[in-house]
Design a protein around this ligand. Structure first.
Ligand SMILES: *Cc1c(COP(=O)(O)O)cnc(C)c1O
Length: 230
């Protein structure tokens, strides 16, 4: 099942890249494996997946222990400050930084553990009350503040688009995030690059790619419907 799902996702990514006149190599697929057992991650690995996205620290650390060290892990969920110390040096990218206090903790812990941490700033483009992330208006100030911290590096932006029936409805959200990243890039802030745009999930990753996503986070489209009984 995972193999067939991955083939379909891959085909969809290729087609979206073609429609947008982009290269397949411009888009990185993050396999969002949260709630799924290690056996499913192994199955995805056998199909060539090397990057997994998780949203809980404990769950990610447990899976890491059972799987090869060559894999890349991305923290995509809301991160509590008291958990930061457990993941330093163990994640390639944190997608979900939305406050200066969290960024300060990451920089401090990275320094303590002799490492550096790459992050994205999470933007709540649609300003949904139920979601984490800062508003578009708050972005520049927060990014300027985080940029001054020594052991943390901003690589781009992330957003979680609203849940909608028709993914076309999210095109404007993706377009707005792309525009924000271009605006911020123009400011040429030290220690800030805007090469990564993490947007698009199972429902809407094709639209996100058409609008400039460089990372798509696909869970159910690869692993099937999640059960939260665990
Ligand atoms: C769960 C999750 C995803 C994947 O969602 P699907 O709809 O299953 O593809 C992507 N991004 C974040 C931040 C998530 O928490």
């Amino acid at each position: 099942m995972i193999k067939e799902n991955l083939e379909l996702v891959e085909q969809n990514i290729c087609e979206a890249c073609q429609r947008a006149g982009r290269l397949r190599s411009d888009v990185t697929l993050i396999a969002v494996s949260k709630t799924n057992p290690v056996v499913s991650l192994r199955e995805a690995m056998d199909c060539g997946i090397q990057i997994f996205g998780e949203n809980k620290v404990q769950e990610m650390l447990e899976k890491q222990q059972e799987l090869p060290e060559t894999l890349q892990w991305h923290m995509i969920g809301h991160l509590q400050r008291n958990k930061v110390k457990y993941i330093m040096g163990k994640v390639a990218l944190i997608h979900s930084v939305d406050s200066l206090r969290l960024a300060e903790e990451i920089s401090k812990e990275a320094e303590k553990q002799g490492t550096e941490e790459d992050i994205l700033v999470e933007i709540n483009v649609a300003e949904e009350i139920s979601k984490f992330g800062i508003t578009t208006e708050e972005a520049l100030q927060l990014i300027q503040d985080i940029a001054k911290l020594p052991h943390i590096h901003i690589k781009g932006l992330m957003t979680i688009a609203p849940f909608v029936e028709n993914p076309e409805e999210n095109r404007g959200v993706f377009r707005a995030l792309k525009k924000l990243s271009v605006d911020i890039e123009k400011k040429n802030i030290d220690n800030v690059t805007m090469n990564v745009l993490s947007m698009g999930m199972t429902n809407d990753y094709q639209i996100a790619i058409e609008e400039g996503a460089t990372m798509v986070r696909v869970g159910t489209g690869i692993f099937g419907t999640r059960s939260y009984t665990a």
